[in-house]
Design a protein around this ligand. Structure first.
Ligand SMILES: [Zn+2]
Length: 450
């Protein structure tokens, strides 16, 4: 009953985002060709807007003989692909001079990579971002007006609202309980479990590691949260181990979502729990190889994104540093949104062998997390000759574990030095995320494709 009241309040108090939610829900049922055409129209319009009003792109047009009034989606490959460092170098040249500066909302990224990057998004795009988040959440079975819990580490998302209006909005309209995923010790997990048992959310979303820690705690306590219809993991690579742990305690499906601060949600698994549907009605996604050429379907490359909604600071061909590949097949769910095969972590998380092979951090078991005695592990690679492995050992750790781990590494990476360091804990990055691998030799770092 209360969820109906909340949905009615949401419609009244946040009509923009509810309208966007309905629009996105109806878009995804369009035939694939119609959806692709819609994305192309939005891309053309964004490119023209940027070429007319953004100093960097005005100059780009002048240099390349492009007429801003006639640029279209087909010209996109001529635009330079840029990363956050390119944008930071001369940031003011990326602001549209046609937009009122009061209409922009600051946002920032920086936790996991250590580079603080502040940027702006259109105030009008906030409703679109939220409407799209509601669409992707609805794929778990959650409906607007129902309760959700969020296990998140970013302080920006965990601000506690003290005003009466803020508390009423959180309780009655957004119906979201925010739990801090940073430093989840046993005391915090116990408190979260109590809150979740009383709050009874329909959906939980959070970092993969945070969901796994919570699930392990629930297993130990023998507790099931039967109100939960589904879960969404995001902002961190969802490893097979994490998925197995979460699926032990929840009946609902765990869907993997891919997004970033710069773009909000980019792609997500549907209830088929297979590929990730790209939200092409709000972002244009390319997969590029280290030389900047498009990868054919099935071939892994870097995810490069153009935001179709942010007019105040257009992000065009923005290099995310994340890896994925396109699939050609359609999803049995019938949605016309195309599929990414998987998001395989970041280019900065690739472990590279002397033999030229490279591995994503998707399967820690491949690297030996299943070897007896390993509680938690992290791989750090600074050169092709050596790998440092941090291990939080458990009681079973012994010489055999060490030998097995060395053998596993050399079979994957060639004849390299394997340095094993036993530690008491592996601290999370400032963002609260736990990167399984940290690599400074990714093949994607060698080329600065423009
Ligand atoms: Zn699907």
């Amino acid at each position: 009953m209360k969820s109906l009241l909340s949905r009615a309040l949401l419609r009244t108090m946040r009509p923009g985002r509810y309208q966007r939610f309905l629009e996105f829900r109806s878009n995804e049922r369009l035939p694939a060709a119609d959806l692709a055409a819609l994305g192309k129209r939005r891309l053309t319009s964004l490119l023209r807007h940027a070429c007319r009003t953004v100093p960097f792109y005005r100059e780009f047009c002048r240099h390349n003989g492009l007429d801003p009034e006639h640029v279209d989606a087909g010209d996109l490959p001529r635009f330079p692909s840029l990363d956050k460092h390119d944008l930071m170098r001369d940031q003011e040249r990326f602001y549209s001079d046609a937009r009122d500066l009061n209409d922009r909302v600051p946002n920032a990224t920086g936790g996991s990579s250590g580079v603080w990057f502040q940027f702006f998004v259109d105030r009008t795009s906030i409703d679109k971002r939220t409407g799209n988040a509601m669409r992707s959440a609805s794929w778990t079975g959650w409906r607007p007006g129902e309760k959700q819990a969020v296990l998140w580490g970013h302080p920006r998302d965990n601000r506690i609202t003290h005003s009466l209006r803020g508390r009423l909005m959180a309780d009655l309209v957004h119906r979201s309980a925010n739990l801090n995923a940073y430093n989840m010790d046993d005391r915090a997990l116990e408190e979260y479990t109590r809150r979740l048992q009383t709050w009874r959310p329909t959906m939980i979303r959070g970092y993969a590691s945070a969901l796994a820690f919570l699930s392990e705690h629930l297993v130990r306590r023998g507790i099931r949260l039967d109100s939960v219809k589904g879960l969404i993991s995001s902002a961190e690579t969802l490893t097979d181990d994490y998925r197995r742990t979460v699926e032990k305690v929840f009946d609902g499906k765990l869907l993997n979502r891919y997004g970033s601060r710069e773009f909000a949600d980019i792609a997500q698994q549907c209830e088929e729990v297979d590929g990730l549907h790209v939200f092409i009605d709000r972002v244009h996604v390319e997969i590029l190889d280290p030389e900047g050429n498009p990868c054919p379907p099935g071939h892994r490359g870097e995810i490069v994104v153009t935001d179709l909604e942010n007019g105040v600071m257009p992000f065009i061909r923005y290099r995310t540093g994340d890896l994925a590949w396109f699939r050609e097949d359609a999803c049995p769910c019938g949605r016309g949104l195309p599929l990414l095969g998987a998001v395989e972590g970041r280019t900065s998380e690739l472990i590279v062998g002397k033999n030229g092979k490279y591995y994503s951090c998707q399967s820690p078991r491949l690297f030996g997390s299943d070897i007896h005695g390993i509680g938690q592990m992290q791989l750090i690679q600074d050169s092709l000759e050596e790998i440092l492995i941090k291990i939080v050992p458990d009681a079973r750790w012994n010489q055999d574990s060490q030998d097995a781990l060395r053998e596993r590494m050399c079979s994957l990476l060639g004849d390299i030095d394997v340095v094993i360091r036993l530690v008491d804990e592996i601290p999370p990055a400032p963002s609260g995320k736990y990167p399984f691998t940290i690599s400074r030799v990714s093949p994607f770092h060698r080329q600065d494709h423009k």
